[in-house]
Ligand binder design. Structure first.
Ligand code: NAP
Length: 317
C-alpha cells in the first residue's frame, strides 16, 4: 500500500510503498479516508513528542477517519505506533474509536477533532466548567485556539478574551465570539491588557506556555480583584516553549490552580467517552475552521505548507 513514510526525524515524510497491515488480536484494519497534519503529528514525525519511541521508519498520524470492512465509518485515535493514520490502510483498536454517521464529512472530522478536543476535553474533563465563567485563551490564533473560542462560547462562557500575535487572525476571532483581544506583539500595551483581563478571569486555556505563561502571570497575579477567586490555568500546548519560569509567589499570592490537559492527564477511556458528542458538535455547522483536503501522494509538499498556512491540511489517500 502507499503511505507517508518518515525515514529521518530531520526530513518530511514521503509517499512510498509500505507493508499492508494485518490485524492482530484486538485490532481492526480500516481503509483510511482522512487524516490531518497537526502539531501533534508533526512532533511525532520529528521525534520531539514526549511519547516518541525513536522507531523508524514511521508512518505518522495519530488520528483519522477510516472505513471498516463492514462499511462502518469510524473516527479513531491511535496508540503510539510506527504505523500511523497517513496510509491507505491502518490498524485501529476499536475501543479507541467511535462509529460515525455514514454520510459524515471525513475531511471535516479529521481536521476538527484534534484542535477542538484540546479545549473540549480541558473544559469537560479537567475542570468543572461553570457557565458564565470568564475565559482567557493564550495563543488563540491557531486552529486549536480558534476552536477553543467557539467551544468556550458554546459552553456558556460569560466572557472570552483571546491573546495572540497575529492581528489578522485576532480580528477573525472577534467575529467568532471573542469579547476582548490582546495583541501579544504590542509590547507597550500587552502587560496592561493582560492585567485588565486577568483581574477577574476564571479559566486560562494556555496553548503557548514558554515565556508567555510567565509574563502573563507576572501581569495578572498582582492585578487580581479578589485573591481568593479561583484562577484555573490549564496548560494545553507549548507553542512558545516547553518550559516556563513561573514565579513562585504566583502560587501563594492568589488562588491559582495550575493543571494540564492532554494524553495521560486525561485517560483514554475519558477521551473516547467524549468523542461522539464532540463529533456531533464539530459537524453541527456552528464551527468555523479553514480546512483543505490534499492527496496523500502530495504529503511532502503539504508537510512544508502546513508549517506556515492557517488552513488545516487533511491527507486523503
Ligand atoms: N493537549 C492537547 O490536548 C492538545 C490538542 C491539540 C493541540 N495541542 C497543542 O496546542 C498547540 C496549538 O495547536 P494548533 O492545532 O492550534 O496549532 P496550529 O494550528 O499550528 O497553530 C499554532 C499557532 O501558534 C501561533 N504562534 C506561533 N508562534 C507564536 C508565538 N511566538 N506567539 C504567539 N503565537 C504563536 C501561530 O499563529 P501566528 O503564526 O498566526 O501567530 C499558529 O497559528 C500545539 O502546541 C499543539 O500541540 C494540544
Amino acid at each position: 500500500m502507499r503511505a507517508a513514510v518518515v525515514t529521518s526525524f530531520n526530513a518530511a515524510p514521503q509517499c512510498q510503498e509500505f507493508p499492508t497491515p494485518v490485524a492482530g488480536e484486538g485490532e481492526m484494519v480500516v481503509t483510511v479516508l482522512a487524516s490531518a497534519i497537526h502539531p501533534r503529528v508533526r512532533s511525532q514525525a520529528d521525534g520531539s513528542h514526549y511519547t516518541s519511541t525513536d522507531e523508524l521508519p514511521l508512518v505518522p498520524g495519530i488520528d483519522g477517519v477510516g472505513r471498516t470492512a463492514e462499511g462502518e465509518v469510524r473516527y479513531f485515535i491511535l496508540p503510539d505506533t510506527a504505523l500511523g493514520a497517513m496510509a491507505e490502510q491502518t490498524l485501529i483498536d476499536p475501543r479507541r474509536s467511535v462509529v460515525l454517521p455514514g454520510d459524515i464529512d471525513p475531511v471535516l472530522i479529521a481536521a476538527a477533532m484534534n484542535p477542538a478536543m484540546s479545549s473540549w476535553i480541558a473544559l469537560r474533563r479537567r475542570i468543572d466548567f461553570t457557565p458564565g465563567s470568564r475565559v482567557l485563551i493564550m495563543g488563540a490564533t491557531g486552529n486549536a485556539g480558534r476552536m477553543a473560542v467557539q467551544v468556550a462560547r458554546r459552553s456558556g462562557a460569560g466572557h472570552i478574551a483571546v491573546a495572540g500575535r497575529n492581528p489578522h487572525q485576532l480580528a477573525q476571532l472577534a467575529s467568532l465570539g471573542a469579547d476582548a483581544v490582546i495583541d501579544l506583539g504590542c509590547s507597550e500595551t500587552v502587560a496592561h491588557e493582560l492585567a485588565a483581563v486577568g483581574r477577574d478571569v476564571d479559566v486560562v486555556l494556555d496553548y503557548l506556555w514558554g515565556e508567555w505563561a510567565s509574563k502573563a502571570l507576572y501581569a495578572i497575579v498582582p492585578a487580581r480583584d479578589d485573591d481568593a477567586q479561583q484562577l484555573t490555568w490549564i496548560q494545553i500546548g507549548s507553542i512558545t516553549g516547553p518550559e516556563s519560569p513561573i514565579p513562585s509567589a504566583a502560587l501563594r499570592a492568589c488562588n491559582l490552580r495550575l493543571i494540564g490537559s492532554g494524553q495521560g492527564s486525561v485517560s483514554p477511556h475519558d477521551i473516547v467517552t467524549e468523542l461522539p458528542a464532540l463529533a456531533t458538535e464539530v459537524t453541527s455547522g456552528e464551527y468555523d475552521l479553514p480546512v483543505r483536503a490534499v492527496p496523500l501522494d502530495d504529503v511532502t509538499a503539504a508537510w512544508e505548507e502546513a508549517a506556515t498556512t492557517d488552513t488545516r491540511l487533511v491527507l486523503t489517500p
